[in-house]
Design a protein around this ligand. Structure first.
Ligand code: I22
Ligand code: ZN
Length: 197
């Protein structure tokens, strides 16, 4: 197969993954928007975490809330827990890598905040630890997963929201995650600030 054929195949597979996710994910994404809007209206903040590509997604999302998405509006409270290399390396070095996010949730999280926990497998131990601490502190969780949600699926509380991409390949799941994050940004802006001018 030529490189061009492979590229066409990747595009088609990405389109198919998104098509397959529309019905399964629309309702849960709308619920996640409601949870996040309620948090932001009550002066809460959204903390996002994940590994690798999902660390990038956490940062992408928090930047769109703090700075802007598609319209002019006030900054919204969000933080990516994957950015402070001194904090991350000291926790991983002195304790365990599994605690790099949970210690930050312990320190920064307040009741009424939201944890956006991103893992394509649903099995990343440090994301799972962050969810456990969020629950201890009364922090709602929006879980963004794939592959049937892995261990995270069993850990979520009834008030949490599970956004599970119905796909098995990490790259495809990540591509739907990015679309989901943009849907969240769009929904948050719409509910907080109304129709864009
Ligand atoms: O972006 C990719 C693969 O597309 C990788 O960096 C990927 O995010 C990393 O392998 C992560 O460690 C995977 O973790 P997770 O999504 O299973 O929680
Ligand atoms: Zn990737």
């Amino acid at each position: 197969m030529s490189i061009e054929q492979r590229i066409r195949g990747q595009f088609q597979a990405s389109i198919a993954a998104k098509q397959a996710a529309v019905d399964a994910m629309t309702g849960p994404i709308a619920r996640a928007v409601d949870v996040m809007v309620a948090c932001l209206k009550s002066e809460g903040k959204i903390m996002a975490c994940g590994n690798g590509g999902s660390a990038g997604d956490s940062q992408h999302f928090s930047a769109e809330l703090i700075n802007r998405f598609e319209r002019e509006r006030p900054p919204l409270a969000a933080i990516a827990l994957s950015t402070d290399t001194s904090t991350l390396t000291s926790i991983a070095n002195d304790y365990r890598y599994e605690e790099v996010f949970s210690k930050q949730v312990q320190a920064l999280g307040r009741r009424g905040d939201v944890l956006l926990a991103i893992s394509t497998s649903g099995n990343s131990a440090n994301v799972i630890e962050a969810i456990r601490v969020a629950h201890e502190k009364g922090i709602a969780v929006v879980a963004l997963t794939g592959k049937k949600g892995g261990k995270m699926a069993d850990l979520l509380a009834p008030c949490d929201v599970h956004l599970c991409v119905p796909a098995d390949k990490t790259a495809r799941i990540q591509e739907v995650h990015l679309l989901t994050l943009h849907c969240l940004c769009d929904g948050i802006d719409q509910l907080l600030f109304g129709d864009a001018p």
